[in-house]
Design a protein around this ligand. Structure first.
Ligand code: DAH
Length: 348
């Protein structure tokens, strides 16, 4: 029996030593120390022995089990560690590789242009104000000197929401009225109002039933057309470059007198003629004029004491010019492929 144990130990230790990998050593462990293995088998013989022998042989078997377990565990630990090292070596991360680029959004180009205009005007002391998109007829038309039945209303094919009184504003000019009314007829006003406007236009490359305007208004004492020209000059140079020239052409709006169209010299061809300026050397960017005395009166300002100028830019038009966009629908269809083609440096 003693000899059997010694042979078994020797055989097992030999095999443990020559085991090649973790699987082999684990299999061997099951083979030798498992329920059906030789050590278990030897234990079954205990019951055939006398008490004295049982004690002695029991101890021998226990020592055998302990020794084998220790040897197995050592070898298992060795191969576990070895395989871990191998795995770590093969999965090494090259920290010098460039990271994966996470796609980021870009600011909406229209917002970007509006913010730029806002900051230019704010630097000249203008407030940025807001007005309702659902508007009353009297603010959108009547108080702006466009009474019911006036042919000028046809040009602004309006979305009426309820009867003839509530509408989606067709221009941001009603915010002039609201701001002057808040001014109470005795305080100067300096504001711009960027905002959405709506007209029943069929959408195409240059029309959108929803578009944005940037309204501006200055009311004070002794304001003349030359103040408008000077202000427009500053804005144009800030937005389109210091060599940008400006001119006024006579026009007609019901809420300004005199009224003008404001042009900037073509930033693309510098006046020599190109497709952007339709070979004229000039690009129209806004309507403007001196606030009509009736409008001042409607809002409680005495036209003999107060005067002012107003202007209205089409925000999409400014953005289209600045970024060379040929279709107004680009702003509203939000095709990310298209949007991401805009000069990122410029919009970031
Ligand atoms: N509201 C005008 C439009 O939608 C634009 C405009 C022209 C606004 C002249 C003004 C202005 O404030 O003075 O066509």
């Amino acid at each position: 029996m003693q000899e059997k144990v010694e042979n078994l130990l020797k055989e097992a230790v030999d095999k443990i030593e020559t085991a090649q990998n973790l699987k082999e050593i684990n299999d061997l462990k099951v083979l030798y120390l498992g329920k059906k293995g030789p050590v278990s088998e030897l234990t079954t013989h205990l019951k055939e022995l006398s008490n004295e022998e049982k004690k002695e042989f029991g101890k021998i078997l226990n020592d055998l089990k302990t020794e084998l377990s220790t040897k197995f565990e050592e070898k298992i630990a060795y191969y576990t560690n070895l395989e871990l090292q191998k795995k770590l070596a093969s999965e090494q991360i090259d920290v010098t590789l460039p990271g994966m680029k996470i796609p980021t959004g870009v600011p909406n180009i229209l917002e970007k242009v509006i913010e730029e205009v806002e900051s230019v005007f704010m630097s000249m002391g203008y407030d940025v104000v807001d007005g309702p998109e659902i508007e009353e007829d009297r603010y959108n038309f009547e108080l702006l000197n466009i009474p019911k039945g006036h042919p000028a209303r046809d040009a602004q094919d309006t979305f009426y929401l309820s009867g003839e009184e509530i509408l989606l504003r067709s221009q941001t000019s009603p915010v002039q009225i609201r701001t002057m009314m808040e001014g109470g007829g005795n305080t100067p006003v300096r504001m711009i109002c960027p905002g959405k406007t709506y007209r029943r236009d069929a959408d195409d490359a240059t029309h959108s039933h929803q578009f944005m305007q940037i309204e501006g208004l200055l009311v004070d004492k002794n304001i003349s057309l030359s103040d408008l020209k000077g202000t427009f000059d500053v804005i144009a140079k800030k937005l389109f470059g210091s060599d940008c020239e400006t001119r006024f052409r006579p026009s007609y709006y019901q809420f300004t007198e005199p009224s003008v169209e404001t042009d900037i010299s073509c930033f693309a061809c510098k006046g020599s003629g190109c497709s952007i300026c339709k070979n004229t050397g000039w690009i129209t960017v806004s309507g403007a004029g001196m606030v009509h005395p009736n409008v001042l009166k409607n809002c409680g300002y005495d036209p003999n004491v107060w005067s002012g100028f107003a202007f209205g830019f089409g925000a999409e038009r400014l953005a289209m010019l600045k970024y060379g966009i040929s279709d107004i629908r680009t702003f509203y269809q939000m095709d990310l492929r298209e949007i991401s083609t805009f000069d990122r440096k410029d919009v970031e």
